[in-house]
Design a protein around this ligand. Structure first.
Ligand SMILES: C[S@@+](CC[C@H](N)C(=O)[O-])C[C@H]1O[C@@H](n2cnc3c(N)ncnc32)[C@H](O)[C@@H]1O
Length: 237
């Protein structure tokens, strides 16, 4: 039975302790314990209805995934998608997926230093007005938080349809002294790029013929070393 109304949604979430984390702060420094293994942890900040994180968890079973959003209803919808990605009957608990309810402003209260290996920022709210720039998830204010929780292999992967958010983000990463790579102004230029799992927003925007902008940012020492090695192989000295 599908529960309706705010109370119904909360009850639904409370019944899904295997997948949904309503008080994520209690797992700070203990996410590996919660997953029951030491696999790397990738987080999507602002997962919406959860299409991306659900499919990623099924496609990459050697990675633990945490989908984050601040709305109960979105966590509920993502829980349906998460189970559906693993079995059509929606009965299985995806072993490498958790859905956490919290505001990204509190990321350091939820994750201990170095606990996370990768952050996905997919179609984050662009906050186009200059007076709201501080709310953009790639503002240096947020980069400060991300550098604290990411580990030696730490990376941020950004996808957006918004030229203004993309431009702002590239400047923000550059001002912060971060190494960017694999920058694309039109991810699906040659047809759908099948390597990349699509989000709900991406599916909609690509259907409307819009261009998707993407880049990867290397933060951790080891991520940077691997990037330098790849660059040498590609271009020589
Ligand atoms: C535009 S939607 C994109 C959803 C999804 N990533 C996609 O690409 O389809 C942005 C999502 O980020 C969430 N969000 C925005 N700010 C947030 C914050 N400070 N903390 C947690 N979630 C946030 C919103 O609730 C919304 O679901």
């Amino acid at each position: 039975m599908r529960l309706r109304g705010r109370k119904g949604i909360r009850e639904n979430l409370e019944q899904q302790e295997d997948l949904v984390v309503l008080d994520p702060g209690q797992y700070r420094g203990k996410w590996a314990e919660l997953f029951g293994n030491d696999l790397p942890i990738h987080v999507e900040f602002g997962m919406g209805k959860g299409q991306f994180i659900s499919q990623m968890s099924y496609k990459h079973q050697q990675v633990n995934f945490i989908g984050v959003d601040m709305y109960d209803e979105l966590i509920r919808r993502a829980s349906e998608k998460g189970r559906l990605a693993w079995s059509e009957e929606e009965v299985e608990t995806p072993p490498n997926l958790k859905l956490a309810l919290f505001n990204i402003e509190n990321a350091e209260q939820v994750f201990a230093p170095g606990e996370i290996e990768r952050i996905y920022l997919n179609f984050s709210d662009p906050w186009p007005k200059a007076k709201h720039a501080r709310r953009r998830l790639t503002h240096p204010r947020f980069l400060n938080k991300y550098t604290q929780i990411l580990n030696e292999r730490g990376q941020i992967h950004l996808k957006t349809d918004s030229v203004t958010l993309f431009e702002f983000s590239l400047n923000s990463f550059a001002d912060y002294g971060l190494q960017m790579t694999n920058i694309s102004l039109d991810l699906h230029r040659d047809g759908l790029n099948e390597e990349h799992v699509m989000t709900e927003y991406e599916t909609k925007f690509v259907g409307q013929g819009m261009q998707i902008h993407r880049c990867e940012v290397m933060l951790g020492k080891q991520a940077l070393e691997e990037y330098s090695k790849d660059r040498l192989e590609k271009y020589g000295n």
